[in-house]
Write a protein that binds this ligand. Sequence first.
Ligand code: SF4
Ligand code: SF4
Length: 187
Amino acid sequence: MQTELTIPTQSRLADEVLREVGQNVNLCYQCSKCAAGCPVSYAMDYTPVQLIHAIRLGLEDLVINSKTVWLCAACETCTARCPQGVDIAKVMDAVKIIALRQGRKPAIPRVASFYRAALGNIKTWGRMFELGMIADLKLKTRDFLKDAGLGMKMLRKGKLKMFPSIRGARMARRIFRRVKDVERNRA
Ligand code: SF4
Ligand code: SF4
């Protein structure tokens, strides 16, 4: 189980992860269960267990420039399997947050663009309006033709709504404002 947040660590990056998401990577004893269960590890440059180890060693550039955190699908299989209660999915989030805060270029820019487009969309409409999100993503990536055929097929079958619903938009904006306040107070 995850224990108190005050366990001293050697690595500055591990400390930052601890501060950001409350996960102590030094609890890891390298059993590799996280990597064994990860459905995306085949495509990662470092498996989850390797990434956790690199954070413990303070290999900041390697961790922050790795594709692993951007490929993580946040499925939480690793988190559910870790015998030490390390929430590895949260650690992946922490590394992304730290990378963006430091102004580093995401190792897979398309994924970062997707996050930005999805979050902006939810902030505006209160829930996902897929067509708007796709349009924003295309503008951000300038990749206008990718999956265009699939998109047309989904439109024809009515899987993509033409207009957004604005139910919940005000509440979403309040949540985003609140998060901004929390972040400002923590800075
Ligand atoms: S499952 Fe947990 S303890 Fe095992 S290697 Fe992964 S992070 Fe470390
Ligand atoms: S949360 Fe990420 S790292 Fe963990 S198993 Fe899923 S894809 Fe892999």
